[in-house]
Design a protein around this ligand. Sequence first.
Ligand code: NAD
Length: 297
Amino acid sequence: MADGPTARRLEGKPIADEIRAAVAEDVIAFTAEQGRPPGLAVVIVGRDAPSTVYLEQIIRGCAKVGIDARFVELEGEATEASVVATIRELNADPRVDGVIVQMPLPPTIRLRSVIDAIDPDKDIDGIHPLNAGLLRLGYDGFLPATAHASVEILRRSGIEIAGRDAVVVGRSAVVGMPAAFLLVKEDATVTVCHRRTRDLAARTREADIVIVAAGHPGLVTGDMLKPGAVVVDVGINIVDGRIVGDVEFESAARVASAITPVPGGVGPLTNALLLTHLIRAAERHAAVTAPAPAAGR
Ligand code: NAD
């Protein structure tokens, strides 16, 4: 048997480029029709938050395809009431189609109050309980972009999901659980594992598809996989100044048939899919606010 990795690398960037090209065309059509570009507002509380780099990437990505994206900055000491009031203003702003709020928020601000304040129709990262509920019921709503990317990379890479056994490692509201519900929707048989799971390896070894979103570098290793499994690594961890995933790539790639690299797998796709969510929000927003046709006789 060869010593090197044998798994196919599931690269996110080519898929993301394809999605962005389609979004750019949609933006041109929307802008011509509506006389304004689609608009995104990114609320940040304190500039030095670790997620600011990620949010700057989103703003740049939007600018490249002609979306009007901007930061709405509040002081690091902003109160919960002022964050909620800012979100309500953006909900009412006709030029804003999508609202994203920087996470994590400062500990003095209750997450639930902020999430509840976002208009579900502008909630393009699918964090509002209404969108979470729609996903749970299998209806169309806005999906959390990372969870969406973790399943979309399988679909767009031609990996069969229906009827296969899948394990999701991680049960967070933003990644693990929505990824699990999406897999169920795609007709996989899904097991969700978490910190209290007894014998994680026994679960992952049974799986045809393993999605790992634990925030624990190198948690899943090659000996924890069934030969030929497909592995999606959602983790983003900084170790010795390098970005690494939750899967030990070298050992996993010797056993898996396909695996997403970190960086370069789920990450690029996440940002591109967020743009598709924004276009969808903008189109719905425009349809709702369009003047009613004059009544005919
Ligand atoms: P989280 O901390 O909210 O949740 C982690 C989950 O993993 C929990 O449910 C926990 O029970 C489980 N877990 C932790 N250690 C475990 C262990 N040893 N065994 C089994 N389960 C374990 O994290 P999150 O927000 O869901 O993010 C997960 C990972 O995805 C992080 O590395 C994060 O940086 C990354 N992430 C990536 C993107 C992207 O675009 N690729 C976006 C968001 C988050």
